[in-house]
Write a protein that binds this ligand. Sequence first.
Ligand SMILES: O=P([O-])([O-])O[C@@H]1[C@H](O)[C@H](O)[C@@H](O)[C@H](O)[C@H]1O
Ligand SMILES: [Mg+2]
Ligand SMILES: [Mg+2]
Length: 279
Amino acid sequence: MADLWQSAMDHAVAIARKAGETIREALLNDRKVTTKSSSVDLVTQTDQKVEKMIIQSVKERFPAHRFIGEESVAAGEASNLTTAPTWIIDPIDGTTNFVHAFPFVAVSIGFAVNSQVEFGVVYSCLEDKMYTARRGKGAFCNGEPLQVSDQTDVKQSIIATEFGSSRDPEVVENIFSSLRKILCIPVHGVRGAGTAAVNMCLVASGSVEAYYEIGIHVWDVAAGSLIVTEAGGVLMDVEGGEFDLMSRRVVAANNKTIAERIVKEIAAFQPERDDHSPQ
Ligand SMILES: O=P([O-])([O-])O[C@@H]1[C@H](O)[C@H](O)[C@@H](O)[C@H](O)[C@H]1O
Ligand SMILES: [Mg+2]
Ligand SMILES: [Mg+2]
């Protein structure tokens, strides 16, 4: 049977590559920064330009589809995930890296139908790595199949996480409490690429055993979530329940043993969900 969403996925790969070219060019000459929710939540004209470019091109090809885009939501659009075919876009995942020319910057495009991710595309554009996954058909990097690590001992593992963009003392306290406990299990190391999407691709590639973060948004993890599961990994909420795309909390791991061990050490808190109704 023909794959209903294959042409949409092909379009996503092509547009992610084009977006990556724009980002690489901008890195050399156009990094004017402004801030969003806090002085460390950065945005550039390139984030906005790339998101517009992606949405415009998808609209021309698939006029009935919907969008949840990071910069459109920042400009006041709703971020509700309905059953309709929806493109979930982070035009630059790793804006802080982009601003500082720290070399991990990704374009993340997830596509969900009936609230389930059908395909995910993460283009790590400075490394020229195109990560793709189609539900039920595996995960790939530049066409090569991906497989998570087979490690089951957390003490032999590397765990990825991020500090996020909140500097609220209570949030920072929770982040450090989790970090200290996980580091002192002890694990081999803790890493962070500065982009949630790339961290998830590192889980899928077997380079780290797990990635966890509280405070990410649906556009950071939609594409990566499928890349992880299609590479044989698992997703979980930070309190051990089922992963929820809109909850802003994620544990992505190579297997359930590692995920559950990490969960034991995480100081969980609940930021405002992505699908909260405006007051
Ligand atoms: O703002 P942005 O660069 O698209 O996305 C951010 C990155 O993924 C970062 O690694 C993560 O720690 C933040 O939670 C995200 O918001
Ligand atoms: Mg992001
Ligand atoms: Mg972004």
